[in-house]
Design a protein around this ligand. Structure first.
Ligand code: ZN
Ligand code: CU
Length: 484
């Protein structure tokens, strides 16, 4: 009997996620899985999509997000990602996760990137996962537990210091519980006050929970500027100490005096990779974005405000313009804006390209979904890598670009049957036009959806259609690290 599918995408150019050469095929989907890849001329389906001239890839895996809260609030909240072809998000990065901690007062930066205290309502990762199961997101969620969230709870808010041995042991226990309840790893943000008060030994003590659970260690390192090499060594040491694979977050060489130093950092990471598992993520822009920290402002790093609680009207404007209008110094103006966030133009394009092109690089947006005037990476990261960097600049092949967003990422995070187009894999798919795909979000129009992403399917359900937006589908699941 002829094969009957729910969906057949016909005559597509397939990028299968492995980095291997593109090929022409039909793709059949039944339920939440890919039923067949090949010549399906004899098969039929409830819905057939003619993809002549267009490409199909595995749905993109956003290796670095702060979508812990966005995945809880329905399809509209994930439009920024689904419109880029993203089907899975890694939440809980940079030491910040929505669980396991309850808060009664406004969280201190940078944990307030996720929202005010009302959002920190999950005593355990299990409760967070239960909420996600009750009220599913359209995208798949892979969760890390943040060091800062553990610290706030274990140290009863008194976090401007190293944790005691007892507190570290408590954090280790809480992390182990979360890993048993479906979290897949542990993240730190040692760059940020107050987390920078945590010595390496504290991190190792907490991360010890990863060993038995087979979890991954992910770090926004203590220093991405002058001491970036020392920080890479610290990160590798922590991974070795607890026998965990390491992911260096948004790898960069920050500040003008460090421009060009990726020629030092990449060989150091490669030497590490010879003896342990280590990879890194990167977003395709020469500017970063995070909370505004007035003491760290520099005259040679331009700053654009992304949000401010007391002065929401200043979102989108350059800090020196605001300072001038107020008759204040930049630092004084920044203090008046707090709590606030900003974009920092602190990297060199040569480093961005060198790091992105490296075989260990995964693409992660680091988008901040609750900012009123977000960094354009929130809406543009994946199409920008495909269009601008792969097609237009030829920095790498489109096959390799797709691998950095799918197959490689799935391997690093231990996702089985995702990040690949083949029979039997989950039907997380994106249909795009390789000739026109491009990011349309910019620093002056940050929430413009990408061009050329035609449709996104998640677990077999159509989740986004270009020109129509998000569908009502909420087929996303909590996905976990395979420990085999
Ligand atoms: Zn970070
Ligand atoms: Cu981040």
């Amino acid at each position: 009997m002829a094969l009957r599918c729910d969906l057949i995408i016909r005559d597509a150019t397939v990028f299968d996620g492995s980095g291997g050469p593109r090929f022409k095929a039909d793709i059949g989907v039944t339920g939440d899985r890919i039923a067949a890849v090949g010549d399906l001329a004899a098969a039929s389906a409830d819905r057939e999509v003619i993809a002549t001239g267009r490409a199909v890839a595995p749905g993109f895996i956003d290796a670095h997000t702060h979508d812990d809260r966005a995945v809880l609030c329905g399809p509209e909240c994930m439009l920024c990602k689904m419109s880029q072809g993203v089907t899975t998000v890694v939440v809980g990065n940079c030491g910040i996760s929505l669980s396991p901690v309850r808060m009664k007062t406004r969280p201190v930066p940078p944990i307030d990137l996720l929202g005010d205290e009302s959002w920190f309502a999950y005593d355990s990762f299990g409760e967070y996962a239960a909420r996600l199961a009750r009220d599913p997101s359209p995208v798949n969620t892979y969760a890390l537990i943040g060091h800062m969230s553990l610290r706030v709870e274990a140290m009863a808010g008194d976090t401007q210091r190293a944790a005691t041995d007892r507190e570290a042991a408590h954090m280790q226990k809480r992390l182990a519980e979360a890993l048993a309840q479906g979290a897949s790893g542990f993240s730190t943000g040692l760059y940020y006050p107050p987390n920078m008060m945590a010595p390496t030994e504290e991190v190792i003590a907490v991360a010890e929970a990863l060993r038995a659970a087979g979890g991954v260690y992910v770090s926004h390192m203590r220093n991405e500027a002058d001491d970036v090499l020392l920080s890479i060594e610290e990160t590798l040491k922590i991974g070795r100490a607890v026998d965990a694979p390491v992911v260096i977050s948004h790898h960069k060489c920050s500040m003008p005096e460090n421009f060009g130093r990726s020629v030092e950092t990449l060989p150091l990471i490669e030497r590490g990779a010879a003896g342990q598992k280590v990879d890194f993520d990167i977003y395709p822009y020469a500017a970063g974005s995070t909370v505004l920290i007035p003491s760290r402002l520099r005259p040679d790093v331009p700053v654009q405000v992304t949000w401010s609680i007391p002065h929401p009207e200043m979102a989108g404007r350059m800090l020196p313009d605001i300072a001038k209008e107020w008759g204040l110094s930049d630092k004084e103006a920044a203090e008046k804006l707090l709590p606030a966030g900003a974009i920092f133009f602190q990297m060199h394009e040569d480093d961005v390209r060198r790091i992105m092109a490296h075989r260990l690089a995964m693409i992660g947006s680091d988008g901040l979904p609750h900012d009123s005037y977000p960094h354009p990476r929130l809406w543009g990261t994946f199409p920008r890598v495909l269009g601008h960097y792969a097609r237009d600049l030829g920095l790498f092949s489109m096959e390799d670009a797709v691998r950095k967003m799918t197959g490689h990422t799935a391997a690093v995070f231990g996702l089985v049957d995702r990040g690949v187009v083949r029979a039997g894999a989950y039907a997380d798919l994106v249909l795009f036009d390789p000739a026109t795909v491009r990011d349309a979000s910019t620093y002056s129009a940050p929430t413009t959806p990408a061009e050329g992403i035609v449709e996104t399917w998640i677990n077999g359900q159509s989740a986004y259609v270009y020109g129509q937006g998000a569908t009502a589908a909420r087929a996303g699941r909590l996905v976990t690290r395979n420990r085999a």
